[in-house]
Design a protein around this ligand. Structure first.
Ligand code: ZN
Length: 554
């Protein structure tokens, strides 16, 4: 059954929040300085041509930067079109003279031979493509000490040259091998040969569940590049065209890539495409909650165009509020959620975003969470060939594994994993807990994460009493390990931040909810930060959040 998500006021009264351990932790946590957020923007190669070739154009661009709080700019040399050397130098020197940091950027589209896949990606096997790519990076490294690579640095080419080069490898294996080779030999080495001080940044797109098909290898690329960047682009969740994406995706991918890039993770990157002015603001909010020290606004030409300038106008006056929010962001908690590098999602692409949108906090990781008390495992975990032995060790130490229905289906019948009965459901059952190997397995129905799905008519699935009870039971189990809410509707996300908790209402409705987590002692919360009219009720336990509002409590 489906109902309009704009009609009903969600207001529930279940349990109240319990935070003794969190409060103790908060005393010990360092608070990040407000100036830790750097705002940056990009002048694409076409922007350089169209907006930076005259003195007046550069002054207008500087005025935009001042308005947006942008203190770092990326000036792109190539995006299918190569910008003029003199204009690039004039723009670089102009921004430097005006006190801004200046870096370069390259977008690897239309570099000689196109990919057979029909996207704007190219065939990186082709020798002339490789040579042209190398020339672009040599040119750019001569101008800048830092070079960002936009997220077209991948391929799905299956042309005859690629087929011959791949030999006995699978296409996925070949694309990964090829992109690592091109990264080392045609990007990093030539750039450093021209400019020994150059730092090269690889920016990853937000479609993390498809990296393995197109040659992105984040752990190995994080090792060879100087820095990594994270695409935290969010779209209208109701847009079929954009794939009905969940806002939690920006958080998931940022934390997941950071589990590999660690201190090399430089920031988040988003654009105005597929957003309304309201939805656009979910991006700085989510990107900052994920911990990005630099927020990269793609790109000048779009953000000053009639189509998208409302997005920029909406962000500009709110900068200080996001900078303040950043001071409360550290100590990310949640249940370790395992997605190995290069793992296939099977039928569960981006389910990890949906779980986060259920108010179940995730701590995304590319490493099996040995020693954790709880873990979330989905089909993606099968990308680890040693999953079952690791899971057995995890259960033997008393761990609780929350396992998706499709993964449970694929674990059933494995002689190494003996369960009292198959990991499955009775009719109308959505959560099934069983003791296995000294620990517990909690299988959740794939219907539960899909409660967060927004369809093309902006509707969400309505909770039946059975589904509501199953969701509450799942969250009760989760509350043994981290903070959650029993009564929040789907699409309210909860971000444990050391001794604090941020709650964001991504629905289009007013929400009132309470938090539950850790020990069993009731405690009144304190409001430390509120965005867009969110507030903690005088009872000290009920959080009231207008649509797209955020609240931080401790
Ligand atoms: Zn090819």
């Amino acid at each position: 059954m489906i109902s309009s998500r704009c009609r009903k006021l969600f207001h529930f009264h279940v349990s109240s929040a319990l935070f003794t351990v969190l409060l103790m932790a908060s005393i010990l946590l360092p608070v990040r300085a407000a100036e830790a957020v750097t705002w940056s923007t990009l002048f694409t190669a076409q922007d350089v041509r169209d907006h930076l070739s005259t003195e007046q154009g550069r002054k207008d661009a500087l005025a935009f930067c001042r308005k947006m709080g942008v203190t770092k700019v990326y000036i792109e040399t190539f995006r299918g079109y190569q910008a003029d050397d003199a204009t690039l130098k004039a723009a670089r020197d102009f921004f430097r003279q005006n006190g801004l940091q200046v870096s370069g950027c390259v977008t690897t589209v239309q570099v000689r031979k196109p990919s057979s896949g029909g996207h704007s990606w190219v065939c990186f096997t082709n020798r002339q493509t490789q040579e042209r790519l190398e020339a672009i990076f040599r040119f750019t490294a001569a101008l800048f000490d830092e070079i960002m690579i936009d997220d077209f640095f991948c391929t799905d080419c299956q042309c005859s040259e690629c087929a011959a080069a791949k030999g006995g490898l699978s296409w996925d294996q070949y694309h990964e091998k090829l992109m690592l080779q091109v990264s080392r030999e045609r990007v990093i080495a030539p750039a450093r040969a021209v400019n020994p001080n150059v730092k090269v940044i690889i920016k990853f797109p937000q479609w993390y569940d498809r990296f393995q098909e197109r040659g992105y290898v984040p752990d190995k690329q994080a090792a060879i590049f100087d820095r990594i960047w994270v695409g935290t682009e969010l779209r209208d969740p109701a847009s079929d065209k954009w794939g009905n994406k969940q806002q939690y995706e920006g958080y998931f991918i940022y934390r997941w890539l950071t589990s590999m890039g660690v201190s090399k993770t430089g920031g988040g990157w988003f654009d105005p495409f597929g957003t309304t002015p309201t939805l656009y603001l979910d991006q700085p909010l989510t990107t900052i909650l994920a911990g990005a020290p630099e927020v990269f606004l793609f790109h000048y030409g779009a953000l000053t165009s009639p189509e998208y300038q409302a997005q920029a106008e909406g962000l500009a006056p709110r900068r200080a509020q996001y900078e303040k929010l950043a001071t409360y962001v550290s100590g990310w908690g949640g249940i370790p959620t395992y997605k190995p590098v290069s793992s296939e999602p099977g039928d569960e692409a981006y389910i990890l975003d949906e779980i986060g949108m259920l108010g179940i906090p995730e701590a995304p990781t590319a490493h099996f969470p040995e020693g954790a008390r709880a873990a979330i495992l989905t089909t993606q975990a099968l990308g680890d060939a040693d999953l079952v032995p690791k899971l057995l060790r995890f259960l033997a130490t008393g761990g609780t594994a929350f396992i998706s229905q499709p993964l449970a289906h694929r674990l059933n019948g494995d002689p190494r994993l003996s369960t009292p009965s198959p990991l499955d459901f009775e009719k109308d059952q959505y959560l099934n807990t069983m003791k296995v190997g000294g620990g517990e397995v909690v299988v959740f129905s794939d219907i539960l994460p899909h409660l967060t799905h927004v369809d093309g008519q902006n509707r969400v699935e309505q909770l039946t009493p059975e589904l509501r009870a199953a969701l509450e039971e799942w969250r009760r189990r989760v509350s043994d390990f981290t903070v959650t809410s029993i009564d929040a509707p789907p699409r309210v996300a909860i971000y444990p931040l050391g001794g604090r908790v941020a709650v964001v209402n991504y629905t289009e409705l007013q929400v009132a909810c309470r938090l539950t987590g850790l020990a069993g002692m009731a405690h009144k919360l304190a409001q430390v930060y509120a965005l867009d009219g969110a507030k903690l009720a005088p009872d000290g336990t009920t959080l009231r959040l207008p649509p797209h509002a955020a609240l931080v409590v401790e």
